[in-house]
Design a protein around this ligand. Sequence first.
Ligand SMILES: CC(C)(COP(=O)(O)OP(=O)(O)OC[C@H]1O[C@@H](n2cnc3c(N)ncnc32)[C@H](O[C@H]2O[C@H](COP(=O)(O)OP(=O)(O)OP(=O)(O)O)[C@@H](O)[C@H]2O)[C@@H]1O)[C@@H](O)C(=O)NCCC(=O)NCCS
Ligand SMILES: Nc1ncnc2[nH]cnc12
Length: 285
Amino acid sequence: MKLLPRIDAEGGAEWLARTATLCLIDEARLSPKPGLVDSRGNGAHHDLTLELMERSAHSLTPTFQALAQQSWRRPADVALRQTIGRLGREGEQQMMAATGGVNTHRGAIWALGLLVSAVAMSGGNAPAQEIAATAAKLAQLPDDAAPKLFSKGLRATHRYRVPGAREEAQQGFPHIIKLALPQLQHSRQRGSNEAQARLDALMAIMTSLSDTCVLSRAGLEGLEAMRHGASAVLQAGGVASKAGQQALAELDARMLALNASPGGAADLLAATLFLDRMTTPYLAN
Ligand SMILES: CC(C)(COP(=O)(O)OP(=O)(O)OC[C@H]1O[C@@H](n2cnc3c(N)ncnc32)[C@H](O[C@H]2O[C@H](COP(=O)(O)OP(=O)(O)OP(=O)(O)O)[C@@H](O)[C@H]2O)[C@@H]1O)[C@@H](O)C(=O)NCCC(=O)NCCS
Ligand SMILES: Nc1ncnc2[nH]cnc12
């Protein structure tokens, strides 16, 4: 099935980059998100604001565009992996320059960067699962130029023996394909408005992700509170229901009390919105 408007390399790269940035902004503004920056405020963060998140998102448009241009109709091989690794790291520097050194979107550059590349590799003509599988192939390839850093994410995955951002991509983004996209569609179909459906999709991710941001800030107690609270929202009928809204408010309070912020889940929501726009005709503009 042809899912996107016809796009060529130049116009396509620009459109993909603009869409990726819009998805970051949509994610940041979506409210009320537990522990996260949203239109209401800074959540559990002292160094992040909505204005900073939006500035960061805009600073990444040239990175997404370069990723799409370099990936256009190319196969997944080590040469492309190294190119996107270099562009991704340059994107992180752009983000840090735009935010005065605050890490707003490192995980989002990784997930959306791989997915933007994967759409461009197909020439803009693939269903969501295939895009995610192509992104996974890229993520599995070695990038010898990558510096050997011991990040917070790596520390958390080793300490708690759980998968992190790297594994999520290498496995084909299961939290997006198996949980968030189906939930988004299900909530829309049963009459939730768009914001409610997106919040439900975030909850679906949070029911099972091992979010290394939460683990770093609040340990296993924080992770369990996130998963349990998100399941409670969906079991109560989702964010469109009064009971679901109550459960979401309780989850928000619990995340704030634990100083926990599911930044990895937020990144995957932005990536979900991107794949949704790639594959939902009425949203592809
Ligand atoms: C593969 C990389 C993403 C590196 O991953 P790694 O785990 O080694 O390193 P981190 O630096 O910790 O970044 C991981 C970020 O990914 C998000 N995340 C967390 N858990 C998951 C998960 N299970 N699945 C998917 N994504 C996940 C999360 O990003 C968000 O949180 C960030 C803010 O949190 P934090 O870092 O804790 O905040 P700080 O300010 O540093 O600390 P506090 O003081 O607030 O406590 C924010 O950026 C969100 O986006 C994790 O942080 C990748 O970076 C990599 O290898 N890149 C190389 C370049 C490349 O090859 N690119 C190719 C594609 S472009
Ligand atoms: N809305 C948000 N709040 C905090 N961290 C994030 N990382 C990605 N999106 C975020």
